[in-house]
Every structure is written in C-alpha cells, then in structure tokens.
Design a binder for this molecule. Structure first.
Ligand code: GLA
Length: 392
C-alpha cells in the first residue's frame, strides 16, 4: 500500500484526499455456464485482487494508470465523451463502468486513479470484473452516491456487455461485489436471490491451478455457447412454459429434450440443466459437511463441461485428469469460461506438496506447459480499505 501511495503521488502529484479500494478476483466452485441460462452458481471471492488508489478531480478528466501495464503509461480521457477505444486496452473496463454510471444518471466527477492487481490476467479468475467493481466502488465513494452493492454489480456487468462488448453473465461481478470471507455464495441467477455457505474443508485446501494457456473471452466460443442454449430454449418453449433452462428439472428435461432437434444444442442444454441441479445439490452437501460428495459433484461437473458443453480442451483436461489420479484429491474441475484458464481442486493438506509436484510433471509431459498453483483463501468482496492507508 505504501508503494502504491508513493507511486500515486509521483505520477499525479501531491495534494488532495487520496483514498484506496480493493476488489477481489473470484473462483467458481461449481455451476459453470449456468448464469446466463437462469441457473445457479456457487463462486467465492479471493484474497487476491485489484487495488485502486484514487483522488477526485474538480474537472471532468479521468487519468488511468496501472502498475501491471506500465508501458501504456497514463491514459487521459474526458468523462463527458467516453467511447470504446482499442488503444486504451485494459482501461476500457473502468471507462465502461464510468460510462454506465453516467448513463444511469449518476453524477460523477473526474478522478485520477492508479491500479495494481495480483490476479494473473487472462487466467479466468476475473481480473476484468475485479477492476470493474474496484472502479464502481471508488466512484460510489468519491461521489457520495450511496449505491447498494447489487446495483454496482449490475452496472459492472452492463459495462462489460454494452461497453466492452463481452456478453458475460452476472456471476463474476456478483461474486466479486457480494463475496464474503470464508464463504461461497449460492446465487440464483434468475432472481438474484442468494445465500452464503461457510466453506469449511477441515484438513483440506482450495488449490487453483493455472494451465498457463491464455484465453480471451471476447474471441472465444463463449457467445456461440450462449446462442446454442438460446436456440435450445426456444425449441423447448414451443412445448413447455419456461423462462430459462434453469427452470427445468432433470425429469422435465428428459421428457421434452426430443424437441431440441439439433443434437449439439441438445447436449448444451443437457449440461445447463444438469449443472444447475448439481450446483444446488453441491451447496447442500457442503452445508452438511459432506466434502467427499461435494468433490464428486465437482468431478461430474468437469465431465459434463468436457463432453456435453465442450469448453475444456487439451490443457484443462490434462490438468484435471492429472489431479484426479493424485492421492488426497477430493475433487477437481475446470473453473470459469473454459478454453484455457484455471482449474479448482480440493486437496487434503498433507498432500499439497506431492499434488503440485506430480500434477506439474504429468501436465508438462502432456502439454509442454508449466502450470502454476495457488493455494487460495476466500476473502471479502469489493470495498474501500482506507483504514489501512490511514495508518501510513
Ligand atoms: C465467464 C463469464 C461468467 C460465466 C462463466 C461460465 O466467467 O463471465 O458470466 O458465464 O464464464 O460459468
């Protein structure tokens, strides 16, 4: 924090009230590709994330700088004329948030901001949603808007959908805004009803493994999957009265699936329905302390994402299969959008070292890539952290 404050002053000069904010990354325990299908997700916010140090300006200018992208230098924009600009690269995410705040009628002034993130970029841990919520919270605080977190979550999702042009669901922004320490949040993406479940793993830990195969949501097959599910839903709606695939039980899906005549679309819908049911079941198991059963559902989730949704690929499959064959692994699956990125595993603490050594070896043999491991803690959602800065 001290370095961030010093750098802020070096870049933008002395004076004024400088405030600081933190917004986590997220990992999804189970419930993948269910959010935009009106189903449930079960993510948690991480203790790693994005720091933002900011100061209000008296004019309409916004100056962005990131310690993660120093070569891009300071980018200056006028908050009264914000438009997507490929040259602004990462800064389009915070710009989008400002733009949607203004579009929603909130009066925001210019500001100077410095960001620093310790989430690996492009690894599927939502570095983009993290910077969006960091920006939303700082705008809320600097301009005394008193917005509810859920409102900022929705604005951030709109920024990504409408300004950046990535058609994501609400899971990432919700997990990051509403996350709670040591808990996962079970969210019904249809109604936004949610509840927290303490994540008590006894003598085991959550381990994220990065395939180190980069994935970009925008140019991935993400939108294609969304269209396939929309087509499947439209076919079903000709015969059943449902709003989304998340409304179906497995029995009702089985009874009506023949109406989805395209076999690919039918497989996609099957995943969405089963994954939703699995997620609700998994949250119950965790609550009951049945960690083994929870792990089993994680494994089934991966198989469904591999065979029916087809969003895994060589690297994610190799990493998960290597994990499955290790002693002390309770469950392992891909997490996030897929097509690269990370896996999440529950690993017994006494096997943490052998897990990392052996999985890295097998994975490298299969793919030529070196994975990275993070034994993660579940932290709280996006917030102002001035208490810390005041101590400096
Ligand atoms: C990405 C999207 C989310 C969600 C997941 C898949 O992370 O941003 O909205 O759809 O993929 O579960």
């Amino acid at each position: 924090m001290k370095t961030l404050y010093e750098t802020f002053r070096e870049v933008y000069g002395e004076g004024g009230e400088i405030r600081s904010f933190f917004s986590p990354g997220r990992v999804n325990l189970i419930g993948e590709h269910t959010d935009y299908n009106g189903g449930h997700v079960f993510p948690c916010s991480l203790s790693i994330g994005t720091y933002a140090v900011a100061r209000k300006r008296k004019d309409n200018l916004i100056r962005f700088y990131s310690l993660n992208f120093k070569t891009q230098g300071v980018m200056t924009v006028d908050s009264t004329s914000l438009a997507y600009d490929a040259e602004h690269d990462w800064a389009n995410y915070p710009k989008g948030v400002v733009s949607i705040f203004k579009e929603s009628g909130y009066d925001v002034s210019g500001f100077d901001v410095l960001y620093f993130g310790n989430i690996p970029n492009g690894a599927g841990l939502s570095s983009s949603a993290s910077i969006e919520l960091a920006t939303a919270v700082l705008l809320n605080e600097l301009n005394h808007l008193h917005l509810e977190m859920v409102e900022m979550v929705k604005i951030s999702q709109r920024a990504e959908n409408e300004f950046v042009g990535v058609n994501c669901g609400i899971m990432d922004q919700f997990a990051i805004g509403m996350g709670k320490e040591k808990a996962a949040v079970l969210l019904d993406c249809n109604t936004l009803a949610y509840s927290y479940s303490p994540v008590v793993l006894e003598k085991a830990s959550l381990v994220i493994a990065n395939t180190n195969k980069r994935r970009g949501l925008a140019d991935s097959k993400y939108n294609e999957r969304r269209s396939e599910c929309e087509r499947a839903l439209a076919k079903l709606q000709e015969h059943v009265s449902i709003q989304s695939l998340g409304d179906l039980t497995i029995e009702s899906f089985e009874a009506h699936k023949h109406h989805i005549t395209n076999p690919i679309d039918q497989k996609r819908a099957k995943h969405a329905v089963h994954e939703n049911v699995r997620t609700i079941e998994a949250a119950k198991r965790l609550k009951a302390g049945e960690i083994e059963a929870f792990g089993q559902l994680m494994n089934e989730s991966h198989v469904s994402l591999r065979d029916d949704y087809e969003v895994t690929g060589l690297e994610l499959d190799a990493l998960v299969e290597a994990a499955w064959s290790e002693e002390g692994v309770i469950g392992s699956r891909m997490t996030g959008a897929g097509f690269g990125g990370c896996t999440i595993s529950i690993v017994e603490d006494q096997f943490l070292t052998s897990f990392q050594t052996n999985v890295a070896k097998t994975y490298k043999e299969k793919t030529g890539l070196t994975p990275e491991f993070y034994v993660v803690e579940i932290g709280a959602g996006a917030r102002e952290i001035n208490q810390l800065s005041e101590a400096l």
